[in-house]
Design a protein around this ligand. Structure first.
Ligand SMILES: *[C@@H]1O[C@H](CO)[C@@H](O)[C@H](O)[C@H]1NC(C)=O
Length: 215
């Protein structure tokens, strides 16, 4: 598959996707098969966690590969926040309670994938299969606790410096420090997806998809 298509699909998958109207026909359930389970599970993924994964997507009907994070130009695993619509619904559901190191085959009915219309090159009403490998899970950035922890100066706004400091500390705590460009890439992604008014700050409202009363 060409780089172009991969890149296209990457943005397609990582951008907020539409929730499709469901009909009975489209309304199947997500099927999860565990392909590999590590002996030790350090932290199971839950809604709001920052996930780092490789995933490859196939059409169920004939096995055609339509998405390939592994063969994407950088070959880096992808980042997204679980459970908030940054990936298709079926993956938000299918990647919950997953351990770092675990591999799963996730079969997603069209209603929880690309729907009645499909999304080129995925045809209409297509059941899709994702093979995913989870590399790391980190708490937040979506919990209230995380917001308070990130907001070092307690001004109820997250600056880039605050978010980056938090990210770095999280990775170092886990004994997995990363190179500077990796943090920069994650930061760019986080601000792109969350700083809706583009003022360079993440407000509680922009951050607060859980609608905590406390903020
Ligand atoms: C997709 O499924 C819906 C609901 O079953 C149906 O109405 C529609 O015609 C299908 N579209 C195609 C292109 O098969």
């Amino acid at each position: 598959m060409s780089r172009f298509v991969c890149t296209l699909l990457l943005s397609l998958l990582l951008d907020v996707l539409v929730v499709f109207a469901t009909t009975d026909d489209l309304n199947g359930e997500v099927k999860i098969e565990v392909l590999f389970m590590p002996q030790e599970c350090t932290q199971k993924s839950k809604r709001g966690d920052l996930m780092n994964v490789h995933y490859d997507g196939y059409l169920a009907k004939d096995g055609t590969q339509f998405y390939c994070s592994r063969s994407d130009k950088t070959g880096h695993p992808q980042w997204f926040v679980l459970g908030v619509g940054q990936v298709i619904k079926g993956l938000d559901i299918g990647m919950a309670d997953m351990c770092p190191g675990e591999r799963r085959k996730i079969t997603v009915p069209p209603g929880l994938a690309f729907g009645e219309n499909g999304k080129d090159p995925v045809p209409p009403n297509a059941t899709v299969i994702f093979e995913v490998e989870l590399f790391s899970v980190s708490r937040g950035p979506r919990s209230l606790e995380a917001f308070k922890e990130i907001d070092v100066d307690k001004d109820r706004r997250l600056t880039k410096a605050e978010v980056k400091q938090y990210l770095k500390a999280e990775f170092e705590k886990r004994g997995e420090p990363r190179d500077e460009p990796v943090y920069e890439k994650i930061m760019a992604d986080i601000f792109h997806k969350n700083d809706h008014d583009k003022d360079g700050l993440i407000s509680p409202k922009e951050y607060n998809i859980y609608e905590h009363d406390e903020l």
